[in-house]
Design a protein around this ligand. Structure first.
Ligand code: PLP
Length: 379
């Protein structure tokens, strides 16, 4: 089964093999060697200086890393402005509310890009805002938010940026040097091709000095401090760290971030043009989309469930739209051990489904739960 959902990804045989390494106690030097290598290689993805930046590993999914960043890095007297244009921006705002962090949001509907002028106006109107949080690749729609434009506005107002790069780190460009970024949260099991269970925050060391630890388990300052001393606060997901390190070695040997971006871009274009030839339109134009995942419009009268099941029968797992988009969209990611020949087979499968053409027997609307999210849609 080839996974074309936005993580976990299909891993390479080499990364799978790394899961077979010996059992390892996390208080032994061999574990700290592994942890050190992971931290060093994560910084090397963007050639970051370890004196200026720290890669803090967490055991947990991408949400753990985002929550650690948000709950730790807004100072006690700070204020957070969240840019929301999809599920993941809204999740950051929910975290901030849960931790009672003072703040506000600039809200957009899920199909819109961030209104940078509105963000600037909010920053100008409220000089107490210290941080802006934004999602780099809003996986809800496949939109690559314009981080450079948001960074410029933050810089102009002396505000720091917290970035959810869970579905972009390792593939899309991030200007760590030029942008007023305090931290970037990401995960092992998306563009880096590791397995679920390990995530991380790349944080500016001086931001840790201003931090406010509102959370116990996800305390970024404790994690950074102990990991710098070849320690770890709790029992980490050792096997997920094995896989992350092996995936990072493979990533480097394959040419690093630029090569991964090129590989994804080529696969994403193959999917886009192939689906367009079958009459299936992309939600967003390529210049507004990530190379990681794209959303496509279901043909009129055809259901996601039927497409999903037809492709699963051929060995592919695709992904539904989220929330209100569940009935009109599907999503395809090109992360992981995916080759052009796989995409060709995928397109053959979609072509057969399109030609089949009969109204799907399962065309009834997706059942909607009170939160407005379709039963088979993904939170
Ligand atoms: C942009 C973004 N942020 C956060 C998450 C949450 O990651 P996880 O499901 O690993 O907790 C995702 C998951 O797809 C994501 O795409």
């Amino acid at each position: 089964m080839l996974l074309l959902n936005p993580g976990p990804v299909t891993i390479s045989p080499r990364v799978r093999q790394s899961l077979q390494r010996p059992d390892l106690c996390h208080r032994e030097s061999e574990f700290y060697d592994l942890q050190d290598e992971a931290r060093r290689r994560l910084l090397a993805v963007h050639a970051l200086d370890p004196d200026e930046w720290s890669a803090v590993l967490l055991t947990g999914s991408g949400t753990a890393a985002v929550e650690s960043m948000v709950a730790s890095l807004v100072p006690a007297d700070g204020k957070l402005l969240v840019v929301e244009n999809g599920v993941y921006g809204e999740r950051i705002a929910a975290m901030a509310r849960q931790y009672r962090i003072a703040g506000d949001a600039v809200r957009h509907d899920w199909l819109s890009p961030p209104d940078v002028a509105a963000v600037a106006a909010r920053l100008a109107a409220d000089r107490n805002i210290t941080h802006v949080a934004a999602v780099h690749h809003e996986t809800t729609t496949g939109r690559l938010n314009d981080l450079a434009a948001l960074a410029a506005v933050c810089r102009a107002h002396g505000v720091r940026l917290l970035v959810d790069a869970v579905s972009s780190f390792g593939a899309e460009a991030i200007d760590f040097a030029g942008a007023p970024i305090d931290a970037v949260a990401a995960t092992a099991n998306k563009c880096l091709h590791g397995v679920p269970g390990a995530s991380f925050v790349i944080v500016r060391r001086d931001a840790l000095e201003r931090a406010c630890s509102r959370t116990y388990y996800l305390d970024l300052v404790r994690g950074a401090t102990l990991q710098d001393r070849r320690g770890t606060p709790f029992t980490p997901a050792v096997q997920a760290y094995y896989a992350l390190v092996e995936a990072l070695r493979e990533f480097d040997e394959e040419g690093g971030r630029v090569a991964r971006h090129a590989r994804y871009a080529s696969l994403a274009e193959q999917v886009r043009s192939g689906l367009a030839a079958l009459g299936i339109a992309a939600l967003l134009p390529p210049e507004e989309s990530s190379v990681v995942l794209r959303a496509y419009r279901l043909p009129d009268g055809r259901s996601y469930d039927a497409l999903h099941d037809a492709l699963k029968a051929r060995g592919f797992v695709i992904y539904a739209g989220q929330g209100g988009l569940a009935r009109s969209l599907f999503r395809i990611s090109t992360m992981g051990a995916v080759a052009a020949s796989d995409v060709t087979r995928l397109l053959d499968g979609v072509g057969a489904w399109v030609r089949d053409g009969s109204p799907d027997s399962r065309d009834e609307p997706v059942s909607v739960v009170p939160g407005g999210v379709g039963a088979r849609a993904n939170l």
